[in-house]
Structures are given as C-alpha cells and as structure tokens.
Design a protein around this ligand. Structure first.
Ligand code: SF4
Ligand code: SF4
Ligand code: SF4
Length: 256
C-alpha cells in the first residue's frame, strides 16, 4: 500500500509512464514515443477541458507540448495534474502508442462498461513493422501548385503512415493508407503552394451501441459532421456524405 501520488516516469528513451498510485490502486498510462504518428486523435478525445486563467484557451490532459504549453522535446505529453486515467486516448490511438494498465492489467473500463464501443479493427503494418489502424472515414483533397520536387518530397515526408508520394509535380494520396489525421493539413500551413482539405465523415465500424460518452466524442472528433453522423441508416448516411462533400467544395471555392 502506498500514499496517493501522481508522476511521470521516463522508463527509457522512448517510453514514458504516467502513474497514479492511490493506496492499493495503481493506474499507468504508457506512451511509446517511437510509435507516435502525431495524429492528434488523443488530444481530441480527452474529456478533460480546463479554462486557463479565464482565457478562452481550453486545455486537455494530453497533447503536443505546444497544445499543452509545456516545454518538452516529446511528441506528446500528459499533464498528470489533469489526467483522470480514463483511457479514451488509448482507446482511439491509431498507432497503438498509448496503453492503460490498472493494477498491472491492460484494461479499458469505458469499453468494458459499455460507455465506448470497440473498433472493428482493420490493422495495417507500416514498412517499419508498426501496426496502424484507421478509426475514421472521410475524404482528403490536396491541391499542389509547387514546382520544386524537393519541397513536394519534404511535404510528402510529413505523413507518418506513408500515404503521400510524389509523381512528377503532383502529390498522390493512398486513400487506403491515409488515417485522416490532419497532420498534413497543419503542415501545409508552412508550404505556400500546397493546401489540404480533410473531412471526417464517420467513425469506422464499431461494435456496440452509442452512449452519451460516445456522442460527445463523435462531436469532438468529427466536428459538425458528428451531428449528422447521429443518423443511423445507410441511405441517410449516404445523403449526409453527399451534403458534407458539397460543403467541402463550397469551402474550397470560398478560400481560393
Ligand atoms: S487517460 Fe483520459 S484524461 Fe488521461 S490523457 Fe488520456 S483521455 Fe485524457
Ligand atoms: S493518438 Fe496516438 S499516435 Fe496519435 S498523436 Fe496521440 S499518441 Fe500519437
Ligand atoms: S495523408 Fe495527411 S491526413 Fe492522411 S495520414 Fe498522412 S498526414 Fe494524415
């Protein structure tokens, strides 16, 4: 039995354990830096949001050092003061980069109690042997007016799952590989002649029924699309897709 404590433990160069010990209960959130795809899904689903000193800015318990306003060279950091060890970040992580252990057992209580459904996994293996899964479906469009092949190659390298490649002066997207993570759309802000539009229409197939937790997560991950995703029938979903793509087109035209 130990006194309550929360701490981050650097296990090795690639592994950080975020530990909460409370009397005879121990929870560990483990982050594997080398597997992180920098996709940002964990930040989006974390249920903890705190306004900081009345600023509009909201803080979750996990995110990039920039999002967390923490000085660190890690891709992702966890604030042990805010984290509640719920495992939502673990549940969605497409790179199997996060793990939650409760009293030494790998566990996701929110799935076990039916609050979150399980993903119907479609796992792919990257060239480096890492397992990756897609958790959402949608569309991605890249407009490239860049003429410098080196710049295009550098942009394609931004994708952690190898979904982008250059063909002459064009960027090709392997839509089966793309996990719709927004990393390239954020990176495009540093490229004058490349723009990216990504729309997440729906989650991949899941096992289980939606709950109130699930609905909240849909909104945070899918945004406005999440509301339309509440429609359950196949034909209505098709209609929703068509509407979202039309909206996407309109936005693209407006910005050009
Ligand atoms: S375990 Fe829950 S509270 Fe902690 S970082 Fe992950 S999603 Fe946020
Ligand atoms: S969801 Fe997983 S892979 Fe994506 S940024 Fe978070 S820890 Fe990295
Ligand atoms: S192409 Fe873009 S959105 Fe798709 S996986 Fe790569 S970085 Fe993410």
């Amino acid at each position: 039995m130990s006194l309550p404590s929360k701490k981050a433990i650097q296990v090795d160069e690639n592994t950080t354990k975020y530990v909460y010990r409370m009397l005879n209960h121990e929870m560990e959130l483990i982050f594997h830096e080398d597997k992180c795809l920098e996709c940002g899904f964990c930040h989006r689903v974390c249920p903890v949001t705190v306004s900081i000193r009345d600023e509009i800015y909201k803080k979750t318990a996990i995110g990039t050092p920039k999002e967390m306003r923490i000085e660190s060279d890690k891709k992702i950091v966890v604030d042990t003061e805010k984290c509640v060890w719920c495992g939502c970040c673990t549940w969605i992580c497409p790179g199997y980069t996060l793990e939650l252990f409760i009293n030494g057992e790998k566990k996701l209580n929110l799935v076990d109690n039916g609050s979150l459904p399980e993903f119907d996994e479609e796992v792919r293996t990257l060239e480096n042997g890492q397992k990756v899964r897609k958790v959402v479906e949608g569309s991605i469009t890249i407009t490239c007016n860049e003429k410098d092949a080196k710049v295009i190659d550098a942009f394609c390298d931004e994708c952690a799952v190898g979904a982008l490649s250059r063909k002459d002066k064009k960027i090709e997207i392997d839509k089966d590989k793309c996990i719709l993570c927004f990393k390239c759309s954020e990176a495009a802000q540093n490229y004058d002649n490349i723009s990216v539009k990504i729309f997440r229409d729906r989650f991949k197939k899941v096992k289980g029924e939606p709950s109130s937790v699930w609905n909240g997560i849909m909104l945070r991950v899918l945004g406005k699309e999440g509301k339309i995703k509440g429609i359950m029938s196949r034909s209505q979903n098709k209609l929703a897709d068509a509407v979202m793509r039309l909206l996407a087109k309109e936005e693209t035209i407006k910005e050009e």
